[in-house]
Write a protein of this length. Structure first.
Length: 336
């Protein structure tokens, strides 16, 4: 082949597309050469300390990855609040079916808890259904294998969880690779310090570490409280992309959570505008010379009520900023 001829790729292999989450800084953190959004056919690990917003972000992403009439699947072994799942995903725009895997096995004589291995495998099986664009498992760190549940305290079960997670990961990877319709799998995890105090690790074994294409590490960046009552208005969560197979890693992102409601797209856009210097964050928020109101007593109180309209100017700013990125006017933010 001469140097003038273009490179030709042959063979059949599924295309990796990207799906916009509508959280600008997250979409950009996951981008590759101007293509913003979450890569399809990817297993995504979302991890961090308790109450960092891991499950809430996953619920939001399930909604973002689905279309009207789709069915998403949740395997939840931590027994989280199902009313919150419904509220959070409805607030995020979910219009299809949320299928929560049964955690008990009911027979004519009795009901008994299902093994975590069974629940994990059902998540993988239901992800294989064409009308299921995404599934999540919550959480890897809470898995207790059947041998642990039925064994005695003090018995050694070293490696049992890693083996189960490895089998689950391989099955999910097969589904994501071979399924005709692009899909994603989300797994929630915790983390602990590595021995010696350098870095951190997540439970689940090396197979999980190799299988996930994307790892998102979350932590609470800021908590906003009402100045008069002291009640919590919301949380600003920051994250870092610690692995991105289809792109780079190391970029940070953020999103805003309203207690009891979930991820607020408009408020998240506002904080992205603050970070990018597109809006001025003080006690009163401004875009240029135009005041949009008080941050806590106005905008964040508005977000607490589940409203989005007041945040439209911030979404418009980000849309214009993205156009400038595509035109190359913000070279410092371009992909290497």
């Amino acid at each position: 082949m001469s140097q003038e001829e273009p490179l030709v790729i042959t063979g059949e292999y599924p295309t990796i597309d990207r799906k916009r989450t509508n959280l600008f800084s997250l979409d950009f953190a996951l981008s590759l050469k101007g293509q913003l959004g979450l890569p399809s056919r990817s297993m995504v690990e979302i991890y961090g300390r308790p109450n960092a917003g891991k499950s809430t972000l996953a619920y939001y992403l399930l909604a973002a990855l689905s279309e009207a009439g789709d069915r998403v699947v949740i395997g939840d072994i931590e027994m989280l609040d199902r009313d919150y799942i419904k509220t959070s995903m409805g607030f995020s725009g979910m219009e299809g079916e949320v299928n929560i895997i049964n955690t008990t096995e009911i027979s004519k004589k009795q009901s008994k808890p299902r093994s975590h291995e069974d629940i994990m495998m059902e998540v993988a099986d239901k992800l294989a259904v064409p009308s299921t664009p995404a599934a999540m498992f919550d959480s890897i760190g809470a898995i207790a294998t059947l041998s642990e549940v039925e064994g005695d305290i003090g018995e050694a079960f070293w490696g049992k969880r890693a083996k189960a997670v490895g089998q689950f990961s391989r099955k999910v990877l097969g589904v994501l690779r071979n399924k005709e319709t692009p899909s994603n799998a989300l797994v929630i995890n915790h983390f602990h310090q590595a021995m010696g105090g350098r870095g951190h690790l997540t439970p689940g074994g090396q197979m999980l570490e190799h299988a996930v294409a994307i790892r998102l590490w979350l932590w609470t960046k800021e908590v906003f409280t009402d100045e008069k009552s002291g009640s919590i208005l919301g949380f600003l969560v920051e994250g870092s992309v610690t692995k991105l197979r289809y792109g780079g890693k190391g970029r940070n992102f953020q999103f805003y959570i309203v207690p009891g409601l979930g991820v607020h797209v408009g408020a998240s856009a506002m904080f992205d505008c603050f970070s990018l210097g597109l809006a001025d964050r003080k006690s009163t928020v401004k875009i240029g010379d135009k005041s949009l109101g008080h941050l806590k007593a106005g905008l964040l109180r508005y977000a607490l009520e589940g409203k989005q309209l007041k945040f439209a100017p911030f979404l418009k700013l980000l849309a214009d900023y993205e156009d400038e990125i595509r035109k190359g006017e913000h070279l410092g933010l371009q992909e290497d």
